[in-house]
Design a protein around this ligand. Sequence first.
Ligand SMILES: [Cu+2]
Length: 313
Amino acid sequence: MRSLGLIFIAVFLSACGTAPTNTNSSNTSNVNASPASQTLTVVDTPQRVKDLMASRGEQDSAQPALKIVEPAANSTINSSTVKLKLSLDGDLKGYKPHKDPATQTGNHVHVILDNQPYEAYYEIDQQPFELRNVADGEHTLRVFPSRPWHESYKNSGAFQIVKFTVKNGGADANKPATTNSGQQMSNVNSNANTAPTPEGKDMQNSTSGLVDPTKPLLTYSRPKGEYKAAESDPIMIDFWLTNAQLKGDGGTYRVRYTVDGGEAKYIDKWAPIWLSGWAAGKHTIKLELVDEDGGPVDNGSYNSTSREITVVK
Ligand SMILES: [Cu+2]
């Protein structure tokens, strides 16, 4: 509420012509701006990403086809640790998930349990991946391949969703969510020193919504987490769409985004957008799938997702 108030004050001041001269919208340096008065503008893909694209040869036009081998669709798992196995196929053009140890970046797969923020899975054919402390109940798992800068591949076959159920899994409902990606085994009874350490993480408690995978579905992907230095401006919004074509792509749907509860804006073509002008601090990004009149399109509540990110300058 306080930040809304500040926006109104800023608008009022500029309407009266008494605003400082450095608040025009083309000024993206925001030297004197408070978080409340940020003005976001859609900008071109940043040069650093264009350079990365160019250095990757044909990979950007790959058509990766991802399959969820495990958990099997509609299976029941009697454990709170859910092992994930993927297979990658299709026209890869050199695309391969792998984290480069030097840069700590690389191609990876976004893995989404229910409607939680995604986890990154890098070594999909080298190391197992597990979701830990998964609560009893019905769940969905969504996966899709991503580039080092977290832009998803959007060809058909790239996205997969399965439903599964955890029964008597014994997850600790009181366990607090961990915020880092704890790459070591969470249990202490492991004596398998020779096994590769699984990638994975303790999950927050959640269950699936009443999601129908055959109906229009918006999957929130980015932004997520903390943004620093060159990555903090511009910041990419990216998402996956299933069974829904946007207005600008010949369909009727729209994706609505709202930052910090401000003015709603629309994305009418399925592609990432880059927003510049972020002030340091926490921000909330809401992505919604709506029909051509702006009405909500519900699918188990997944089509309206809010995430908090932190911008560090
Ligand atoms: Cu990513």
